[in-house]
Design a protein around this ligand. Structure first.
Ligand SMILES: Cc1cc2nc3c(=O)[nH]c(=O)nc-3n(C[C@H](O)[C@H](O)[C@H](O)COP(=O)(O)OP(=O)(O)OC[C@H]3O[C@@H](n4cnc5c(N)ncnc54)[C@H](O)[C@@H]3O)c2cc1C
Length: 374
């Protein structure tokens, strides 16, 4: 669908990414899951190929691709391995917020290196992620600088990323975002989560112990923290829809390839209506998720609201991708249940996205509130 309407620039990127995925990502899909990390050299190849610079403005050495092309890139990479898509999603949403809210000094300090270093965004604390006003991390103003203390957990790319936007309290009921980096005195990495899916993407903790930052490290205005965190979620959810579409494309390919060569006695699986129904359900879910995330990306490109579409892409896509994995598993039956095939890890990967970037329960609330407000 979208393939027919791509601009020449988008098409060139799409073809490059499909080729990269085929050669550098897909062959290592199972190994990434087993190893619980990217395979040796893959992260460097992502940097060398220019993936970290995809959304950066040209003045900072970037390729300045539009939101539609960026989402398609995440979709294409996630077809090979969802962790690769999620690692880049974490970086892109963080860069988006710097571009939207960063002052010139902050942009000049950090963006020239953003094509080589991963950036991350951190709201969640040990006390919970769904209700950000319950966080305990603080920033206190002392003279012309700020002093940050607190603990952020479950951060996508935590440990791998070098630059972190953190949501902290700057007053009784006041929340602000600051940018800190791993080389600052008082910054340490904590525990890496042992998650059941997306095992290539590190998700970990950072601890801030009296980190001193200048005023320029305040992202946006004082008190604008929740708005920035919400905006980061909206940007991330478009890309989560793209990750989930990639996972469903992968499940569909495995299930159709298998059904085409397997027989039930003399009847090809492709002729059994029960199998056709499962294949059709996966294809429908994949296409609907893709349409919604693309609509969100189109709205973003055109500076129109996209909160609802982005939340729908992730909410619908995550449950659909878990179900798609389950349907694909059933097409392969015994082999589907075996770790010889990647289907079981596709289900584990998809399941993470019912939680990350806001739980589906929270998103349904947000969608309903937006509908009531109409
Ligand atoms: C793979 C992965 C990557 C992640 N990456 C990041 C990251 O980069 N940065 C970051 O900050 N965090 C990240 N997280 C954390 C994630 O955002 C939180 O796990 C999520 O927001 C839920 O918070 P919680 O786990 O503390 O659950 P809780 O907030 O404790 O929620 C528990 C349950 O209660 C429900 N619930 C709670 N409050 C409400 C409410 N108000 N309305 C409706 N239901 C509610 C939830 O839906 C859930 O079912 C990541 C998590 C995962 C799994």
């Amino acid at each position: 669908m979208f393939d027919n309407t791509m601009t020449a620039k988008q098409k060139m990127l799409h073809e490059m990414v499909v080729d990269f995925t085929e050669n550098e990502v897909a062959p290592f899909d199972m190994e990434i899951d087993r190893k619980g990390d990217f395979t040796d050299g893959l992260f460097q190849k992502l940097i060398d190929t220019g993936f970290l610079a995809l959304t950066l403005p040209k003045e900072y050495g970037g390729a300045e691709f539009d939101p539609i092309a960026v989402a398609q890139t995440i979709n294409d990479l996630s077809y090979g391995n969802a962790s690769v898509g999620v690692t880049l999603e974490g970086h892109y949403k963080s860069i988006d917020q710097l571009l939207l809210y960063g002052n010139q000094a902050l942009l000049d300090e950090y963006l020239p290196t953003a094509s080589q270093r991963i950036f991350a965004f951190s709201n969640t604390e040990p006390s919970g992620g769904s209700n950000p006003t319950g966080i305990r991390s603080t920033a206190v103003k002392e003279g012309d600088h700020w002093v940050l203390n607190g603990d952020k957990v479950m951060i996508t790319n935590g440990g791998l990323a070098e630059v972190y936007t953190v949501l902290v309290k700057t007053g009784d009921n006041e929340f602000s975002c600051f940018v800190v980096d791993k080389d600052m005195p008082g910054f340490t990495f904590g525990k890496r989560e042992d998650f059941i899916g997306l095992r290539g993407t590190p998700v970990g903790e950072i601890v801030m112990d009296n980190i001193v930052v200048p005023e320029s490290h305040l992202l946006g205005k004082r008190g604008q923290g929740i708005e920035i965190a919400d905006q980061a979620h909206d940007d991330a959810r478009i890309l989560m829809g793209a990750v989930l579409t990639g996972i469903m494309e992968h499940a569909l390919k495995i299930a159709t390839d298998y059904a085409k060569q397997r027989k039930a006695l003399d009847t090809p699986l492709t002729e059994l209506q029960v199998i056709q129904e499962k294949i059709a359900n996966i294809a429908i879910s994949k296409e609907l998720t893709k349409l919604v995330y693309q609509q969100a990306a189109i709205n973003k490109q055109n500076h129109l609201p996209y909160m609802e579409e982005a939340a729908m892409a992730k909410t619908f896509g995550s449950r659909s991708a878990v179900a798609a994995g389950d349907d694909a598993l059933q097409v392969l039956a015994g082999y589907g249940y075996s770790r010889e095939y990647p289907i079981e890890h596709l289900i584990r990967d998809a399941r993470a996205l019912e939680i990350a970037e806001g739980t589906v329960e929270k998103m349904r609330s947000a969608i309903a509130k937006a509908e009531f407000a109409k």
